[in-house]
Design a protein around this ligand. Structure first.
Ligand SMILES: CC(C)(COP(=O)(O)OP(=O)(O)OC[C@H]1O[C@@H](n2cnc3c(N)ncnc32)[C@H](O)[C@@H]1OP(=O)(O)O)[C@@H](O)C(=O)NCCC(=O)NCCS
Length: 189
């Protein structure tokens, strides 16, 4: 079953990042990476065409409070997001009596390839399993998105099934993965 985790008042830290709830002041940084063509598209949403569009999405992040802003310690900029989303219960029927959620993430193109998202995902996994009593975490990527596949693999998720994602930009074949708390605790990652 899906569980909702409220990120208000949560602050997590890694070597290079701080994860905290989005704030209104983040608009400029958010727009800076969300307006770049080819970034959001890899996650199923069109790049932002205006500051107004970024404001609308930022307001949603703030109101729904299940998305972390990723603050880069060195530059103090918000360089990405990591959301605690609803997973597709149809694809994980064996887990209907357990508490789960899905991770969704995007990183500014300027910071790709430094291992920053695997670092953020690892910290969130630790938080969810050790502090929030979550039983399993799912994650997915479009078949051609090998960058996201690498983040998932680096954090020890196991492949479950292929499916179809319906989004604003159309239909995409995707691959879905799971990380179970018991495997995490057994030191498999
Ligand atoms: C997926 C994403 C979050 C990865 O974050 P990251 O911090 O760059 O992750 P990593 O540094 O571990 O890099 C992942 C892989 O991307 C590769 N990569 C980095 N920059 C790249 C580029 N410009 N083009 C192609 N591949 C690239 C790396 O080689 C790495 O693979 P490797 O570890 O086998 O060498 C980031 O690419 C992103 O935001 N993409 C757009 C949004 C998206 O795809 N979200 C996920 C939706 S499911």
């Amino acid at each position: 079953m899906n569980v909702r985790i409220d990120v208000r008042s949560i602050k997590l830290e890694t070597e290079r990042l701080i994860l905290r709830p989005f704030e209104e002041n983040d608009l400029k940084d958010f727009n800076e990476y969300a307006k770049v063509e080819g970034v959001g598209e890899m996650a199923g949403w069109p790049h932002h065409k205006s500051m107004y569009e970024s404001k609308r999405i930022l307001d949603k992040f703030i109101a729904e409070h299940h998305t972390f802003a990723l603050v880069h310690k060195e530059t103090k900029k918000v360089i990405g997001s990591l959301g605690l989303e609803e997973y597709n219960e149809e694809h994980f029927k064996d887990y209907e009596n357990q508490r789960g959620l899905e991770l969704g993430y995007v990183l500014s193109k300027d910071f790709w390839g430094q291992g920053l998202m695997p670092e953020a995902v690892h910290r969130v996994i630790e938080f969810l399993f050790e502090e929030k009593n979550v039983d399993f975490i799912t994650c997915g990527h479009f078949i051609r998105n090998s960058q996201s596949r690498r983040v998932i693999e680096k954090n020890g998720f196991q492949f479950v099934c292929e499916g179809v994602f319906n989004g604003k930009l159309g239909q995409f074949e995707d691959r879905e993965y799971i990380l179970r708390k018991e495997d995490y605790l057994n030191g498999k990652i």
